[in-house]
Design a protein around this ligand. Structure first.
Ligand SMILES: Nc1ncnc2c1ncn2[C@@H]1O[C@H](COP(=O)(O)OP(=O)(O)OP(=O)(O)O)[C@@H](O)[C@H]1O
Ligand SMILES: [Mg+2]
Length: 282
């Protein structure tokens, strides 16, 4: 049997972080001093044995609470972090041994996107485009059309990034990732913090990209409706582990419907993780 070639393959990947344990308040003085001099470490299993495959033309969703490991997994795929064990391949290339090649064909959007804050969004976008060998005029045209599509008033493109709201900066980050035609697009919470209209604009745009381009798209979110709307397959991540994976339909079938109601993705999430994403600061 022929083995299918996936755009993205993640095999049993693990990333642990060491964190200094905060000493308990009631420790005895000598023990406290010892703790300051040689702090006790605890191990955070941010990504703990994760495997996944995503094909061209597919949007793969990763749904998880705060701190469940979504961004760590995205950083591992995008070569920003090195895995402790396991392997990741992008169109057949290993992200560790072939990182330069992988970087050229992928782009990542995240809430902590970095910009030259004192430059305008137009300048930032042109700078990014130049790195990819796109001319200023072409970049400007393309950036304007994407930003317009995302509901960003293009007349504000000349304002310093610093003076833009976080949601507006997020839209510039999305535009920057899509100036080129990445074969792998990593969207780490692309709509978190956006107002409802902007959220819908960005979601419609992501759907458009899926339809127009032959790309592999991985998207993380806290938003059940977003996962239902956009993702061909969804994985639920909890404490660094995938605890379920499938199409939305398959996930919904995992939890029996209560009387006179239909199961929602939220019901599935709560049943499997015991957590409610709508609460807290999610
Ligand atoms: N550089 C780091 N050093 C130490 N611990 C880290 C580091 N990066 C992440 N962690 C820890 O790893 C765990 C997973 O974090 P991660 O950022 O991947 O979660 P997340 O699912 O993206 O959360 P959120 O929804 O809040 O963005 C958390 O416990 C976090 O504190
Ligand atoms: Mg995150």
């Amino acid at each position: 049997m022929e083995t299918p070639i996936y755009g993205l393959t993640v095999r049993d990947v693990t990333k642990h972080f060491k964190r200094s344990k905060k000493p308990e308040d009631k420790l005895r003085f000598t023990k406290k001093i010892k703790n300051i001099l040689k702090p006790e470490k605890e191990i955070i299993r941010a990504v703990d044995g994760i495997s996944l495959d995503v094909n061209i033309g597919e949007i793969y969703g990763i749904l998880g609470a705060n701190g469940s490991g979504k961004s760590t997994l995205i950083r591992l795929i995008s070569t920003l972090l090195l895995p402790d064990s396991g392997s990741i391949h992008v169109f057949g290339d290993d992200v560790v041994s072939n990182s330069m090649k992988v970087r050229r064909i992928m782009n990542r959007v995240s809430v902590e996107a970095s910009f030259f804050k004192r430059l305008s969004s137009a300048e930032n976008l042109i700078y990014a485009a130049r790195l990819y060998g796109i001319s200023s005029s072409e970049a400007n045209k393309k950036a304007q059309s994407i930003l317009d599509r995302l509901g960003f008033e293009t007349k504000r493109m000349d304002e310093e990034m610093e003076s833009l709201s976080r949601g507006m900066q997020q839209k510039v980050a999305i535009a920057r990732a899509l100036l080129t035609t990445p074969m792998l697009l990593l969207l780490d919470e692309p709509t978190t913090g956006l107002d409802p209209k902007s959220k819908r604009d960005v979601q419609a745009f992501i759907e458009e990209i899926r339809n127009d381009r032959n790309a592999v798209i991985v998207l993380t979110t806290h938003d059940m409706a977003e996962a239902e709307r956009l993702c061909d397959r969804v994985a639920i991540i909890d404490n660094g582990k995938f605890i379920a994976e499938g199409t939305v339909k398959e996930l919904l079938a995992m939890v029996p419907a209560k009387e006179n109601t239909t199961t929602t993705l939220e019901d599935v999430f709560i049943a499997l993780t015991g957590k409610n994403l709508e609460e807290g600061d999610a």
